[in-house]
Design a protein around this ligand. Structure first.
Ligand code: CMC
Length: 435
């Protein structure tokens, strides 16, 4: 047997088959068991995909034990310090950092795709004023497929590229429209003279009746810098639940806008992107530091479904490198925006308590990126129910990059997991009068 393979033996029949070990650039070797069912007649069982690689990808690498996150090989802390969100989006989508001219064209193209079709604006009228912005975003992004369907040739790389650019460009416009619908303000058009994050802040907060007020009133450079950072940190995270959802939906050849809407729906859950909103609700519920022990006890209790939101991660079992960066930014942003948020103090106290707690130490539960992101969003005046929408804007860069990567693979196949059936054996239909 070679070193590059794994032997699988069926003890019932004694049959043995050798399976190749695939080696990536970094990370665990991967056993290629794609012919296992044909060879030995059984499936593998891996609930939650804890040990299963669902695809090959060259976009993002995570080393969970050592807290490493690389986008196209570049460490997240270097990108956080030196880059902008659009430069990172270019890197994720194209594989290399852009040269100056390339970044200029990319930015200009994104800026020019930021407008929404006028008919889309009326879609919002169908939503009740208190609809959750994520519900609006799922619906509106999905409906983009109605605007860009018939002329879309998925086999044409240029058509695919334009779809990805449109998605990245329109997300802030849709996000701001979701917010403005909820507060009853008229929608603002995107502006070509503003940078991506500035444009978003303007579309969120400017009022048409106050045109004479200096733009700087709405767009604080500290806030824009913090927003860029948050978008960079959330831009991609390899095969997480929402990205895997986008890939699975796309594997059927479905319209890309519908596939991204599926990703947005998956992101919404509190175990994934919805955690940032859940952290703030949890902190508000805890209220004061003296109640921390009570909530830690709830989190430890196996009979209580309560979990400490913003703690734990499927992959990071030491620390989340994004959390380390963002924690420091919390101090800077709160200080510079002169925003003394008691919730940040409470979060720090909760973190300190949990990190010394036996249960959290034993289970390797550390604060993740979303333990702190909500505190920054709050300081930027982004409403709590918009937090996951902010995550969706950022993650669109990752989703479209994975979509482009998958669609460019000539051999990609429809995703079709198997199951371990535990239902009744075959039985006969019983007429209603004999049941
Ligand atoms: N509070 C209390 N206990 C926890 C927590 C928590 N936040 N997270 C995990 N555990 C316990 C869990 O009860 C389990 O205990 P036991 O072994 O006794 O059954 C053990 O730790 C392992 O948990 P798991 O659910 O099997 O781990 P997972 O890898 O399936 O789940 C997770 C990872 C992130 C869903 C989970 O840690 C969690 O629910 N955290 C809170 C939600 C959260 O902050 N999510 C944001 C993730 S980062 C942003 C993103 O990428 O989406």
């Amino acid at each position: 047997m070679s070193d590059d393979s794994v032997l699988i033996r069926n003890n019932a029949t004694g049959q043995e088959v050798e399976y190749p070990l695939l080696k990536g650039t970094l990370g665990n070797h991967t056993v290629d068991i794609s012919s296992l069912n044909k060879d030995l007649g059984f499936f593998t069982y891996d609930s939650g995909f804890v040990s299963t690689a669902s695809c090959k990808s060259a976009i993002t690498y995570i080393d969970g034990d050592n807290g490493i996150l690389l986008y196209r090989g570049i460490p997240i802390d270097q990108l956080a310090e030196h880059s902008s969100f659009l430069e990172v989006a270019y890197l994720l989508m194209n594989g290399e950092l852009p040269k100056e001219q390339q970044l200029h064209s990319f930015t200009s193209e994104i800026t020019h795709h930021a407008m929404l079709h006028e008919s889309l604006r009326s879609f919002f009228d169908g939503f009740h004023y208190d609809a959750h912005p994520m519900a609006m975003m799922v619906g509106v992004v999905g409906s983009l497929s109605a605007f860009y369907h018939s002329e879309l040739n998925m086999n044409d790389p240029e058509h695919r590229r334009i779809s990805a650019m449109r998605l990245l460009a329109k997300m802030p416009t849709i996000a701001a429209a979701c917010y403005r619908h909820s507060v009853g303000w008229p929608f603002l058009y995107p502006r070509v003279d503003l940078e991506y994050c500035e444009n978003f802040m303007n579309m969120m907060f400017s009022l048409p009746s106050q045109k004479f007020i200096d733009l700087a009133h709405y767009i604080d450079p500290v806030a824009v810098k913090a927003l860029n950072l948050l978008l960079i940190l959330h831009a991609d995270h390899e095969q997480n639940a929402s990205t895997s959802t986008v890939r699975l939906a796309s594997s059927t050849g479905a319209n890309p806008y519908a596939c991204i809407a599926a990703g947005i729906a998956a992101l919404w859950g509190p175990a994934h992107g919805g955690a940032n909103e859940a952290v703030l609700s949890m902190l508000a519920e805890i209220g004061t530091a003296d109640r921390i022990p009570e909530y830690i006890a709830k989190a430890r209790d196996p009979n209580d479904p309560f979990r400490l939101m913003g703690f734990g991660h499927r992959v990071y079992k030491n620390f989340d490198p994004r959390a380390t960066i963002i924690r420091k930014t919390c101090y800077d942003v709160l200080e510079k925006l002169s925003n003394d948020d008691p919730l940040f103090e409470l979060a720090l106290a909760l973190e300190e308590y949990a990190l010394q707690d036996e249960y959290f130490i034993e289970k390797k539960l550390y604060p993740n990126v979303d333990f702190y992101s909500g505190i920054i969003y709050k300081a930027l005046n982004i409403p709590v129910d918009m937090f996951t929408v902010m995550f969706a804007i950022a993650r669109t860069a990752g989703w479209v990059s994975h979509w482009l990567e998958m669609m460019a693979e000539p051999t990609h196949r429809i995703g079709r997991p198997r199951q371990l059936y535990v239902g009744p054996e075959q039985r006969d239909y019983v007429p209603i009068d004999r049941r």
